[in-house]
Design a binder for this molecule. Structure first.
Ligand SMILES: [Zn+2]
Ligand SMILES: [Zn+2]
Length: 255
């Protein structure tokens, strides 16, 4: 898993004076330097793999660094309560208030504007609920639909939401065969992602939330099959900006 990585969900979107983290899985531990940009974290949902990196987020150790943390209420849980258990004993010795940084929690209602970024959302199809985000900045957009289970009756909403997006990041955890025994787990196959990509006319796709049991070789095979389904193969889908791919650890995409 050296190429694709074994970190859990975290994507950083940098635009203008903003650095927006989508989810705080273990990937957030390896954040690049975001300079003087305003830091915020938007949570899709509080499942453990999406918040596990938060206690180790390097910027929490920077004195008075402001970090805005946004999450929709999950049931009765406020944004702060959703990460309360990984930031308190017995799971962890310190609370959010103990860190040198200044973490400000927001119970999110969408849309919101952060600098010049518009952040919109729709409900995900996932146990316990979740949020699919769209970030738009100066005519470019990205959609982040992790922990999303494809359902033909609900897919048109995502197709509309992701219309002509520059980058669609979508759940690609299972093969079609694996999905058979795992319906209702809240995850999808690359095949259904390609369907959403085609129907929405998204310009590029990155499958996220790969199954931790899938090896690099296995993911490359899934990737080639998905690209073929989209109608591209071999060298047409190579280079830094592949149209169809699984997201790689530390991959950087400039739109
Ligand atoms: Zn989940
Ligand atoms: Zn997850």
């Amino acid at each position: 898993m050296l190429e694709f990585g074994g970190g859990t969900s975290c994507v950083l979107v940098e635009a203008g004076d903003q650095a927006v983290f989508l989810d705080a899985g273990t990937g957030i531990m390896n954040t690049p330097d975001v300079g003087a940009r305003q830091l915020s974290i938007f949570l899709t949902h509080p499942h453990l793999d999406h918040i596990l990196g938060l206690p180790f987020f390097p910027y929490l150790l920077e004195k008075n660094k402001r970090i805005d943390f946004y999450a929709k209420r999950s049931g009765t849980h406020t944004a702060k309560e959703q990460v309360g258990e990984v930031l308190s004993p017995p799971l962890w010795p310190c609370s959010a208030d103990d860190y040198p940084a200044d973490i400000v929690f927001h119970d999110l209602t969408l849309p919101v504007k952060l600098g010049d970024i518009l952040i919109e959302g729709m409900d995900s199809n996932h146990p316990g609920g979740g949020t699919v985000y769209k970030l738009t900045y100066r005519g470019k957009s990205v959609v982040y639909a992790t922990d999303y289970e494809y359902d033909p009756s609900k897919a048109p909403e995502l197709v509309e939401f992701a219309k002509e997006t520059d980058l669609l990041m979508i759940d690609g955890q299972y093969t079609a065969e694996e999905l058979e025994g795992k319906r209702g787990y809240g995850h999808s196959t690359p095949e259904s992602g390609i369907r959403i990509m085609k129907e929405s006319k998204a310009k590029m796709i990155r499958f996220v939330h790969h199954d931790p049991m899938h090896t690099d070789d296995f993911l490359k095979k899934m990737e080639a099959e998905a690209a073929a389904l989209y109608g591209i193969s071999g060298t047409d889908n190579e280079g830094d900006l592949k149209k169809v791919a699984f997201a790689r650890k530390d991959e950087v995409i400039t739109l």
